[in-house]
Write a protein that binds this ligand. Structure first.
Ligand code: SF4
Ligand code: SF4
Length: 247
């Protein structure tokens, strides 16, 4: 169990059943303050939702909105949403009316001020951990609205985000990645970006036969190749497990 002493400033451990006095709405004095000066890491499912929302091909979305960072310290790259150079490092999607992609906003935006982590459990089921982020600028804690942390998260419709993020765990928390015996080559880093973030390109590579799954494609995989991005993401995870770990 993580202790509060190990957490950064303003973070506290949280439980789903604990009470949370918090509300956020356009009437709060700090409206959109949390959409500035932040590092917003995007999961593959976040990108899937946003590129579809903006009616962009995944490659166009990555070119316009994503900065990829990778260094020797981290086994896998991190994809950050670009921020606007307005002196406040504002999110590229924030405006006077709030979030312009609200219904498809990233999972971490939905969960705020809760942060959710998940680890690969012994039987591959995810083990969830929660933190509460109490930043001084956030006036939502002064609102007269009480609920449990779990109810708050359910109200943010996070279930589908958690499902697709957790589907990555057997890959990104593979024992060989955890113990750092696996260090991706340049080619493997490109495969990671292709299969998880550049889904439209991945679909073309698969349908044109330039890359292939060694086991028979399931009906769900075929649906992914036919246009279903969610099933394609699961196929991408399966293909990477094959290419990296022979599984
Ligand atoms: S995506 Fe929307 S909610 Fe998230 S930081 Fe940007 S403007 Fe704010
Ligand atoms: S800072 Fe807190 S209360 Fe203000 S808009 Fe963001 S989440 Fe809502």
């Amino acid at each position: 169990m993580t202790t509060s002493a190990a957490l950064p400033d303003h973070f506290q451990p949280a439980r789903a059943d604990q009470e949370l006095a918090f509300a956020c709405h356009p009437g709060v004095s700090c409206f959109t303050e949390c959409c500035r000066e932040l590092d917003l890491a995007l999961t593959p499912y976040d990108v899937l939702r946003l590129k579809r929302r903006l009616q962009l091909a995944s490659g166009q979305f990555l070119d316009r909105y994503v900065i990829v960072e990778w260094d020797e310290e981290h086994v896998l790259p991190t994809c950050y949403l670009t921020m606007v150079d307005d002196g406040r490092a504002s999110c590229v999607f924030v405006g006077a009316q709030g979030c312009s992609v609200y219904d498809d906003r990233p999972g971490s935006c939905r969960a705020y001020p809760i942060g959710r982590g998940a680890a690969r459990g012994g039987d591959d089921s995810p083990v969830e951990s929660l933190v509460l982020l109490r930043e001084p600028h956030c006036r939502g804690f002064a609102e007269a609205c009480r609920q449990t942390v779990g109810d708050y998260l359910r109200g943010q419709e996070l279930e589908v985000y958690n499902r697709f993020n957790d589907a990555l765990l057997p890959l990104v928390q593979h024992p060989a990645i955890r113990d750092r015996s696996f260090r991706p080559t340049r080619r493997q880093l490109d495969q990671y970006m292709l299969a998880l973030y550049d889904l439209d390109h991945f679909r073309r590579e698969m349908t044109d036969g330039r890359i292939a799954l060694r086991r028979p494609l399931t009906p769900a995989h075929l649906a992914g190749l036919a246009g279903d991005d969610e099933h394609l993401l699961l196929l991408g995870i399966r293909w990477l497990s094959q290419e990296w770990f022979g599984e």
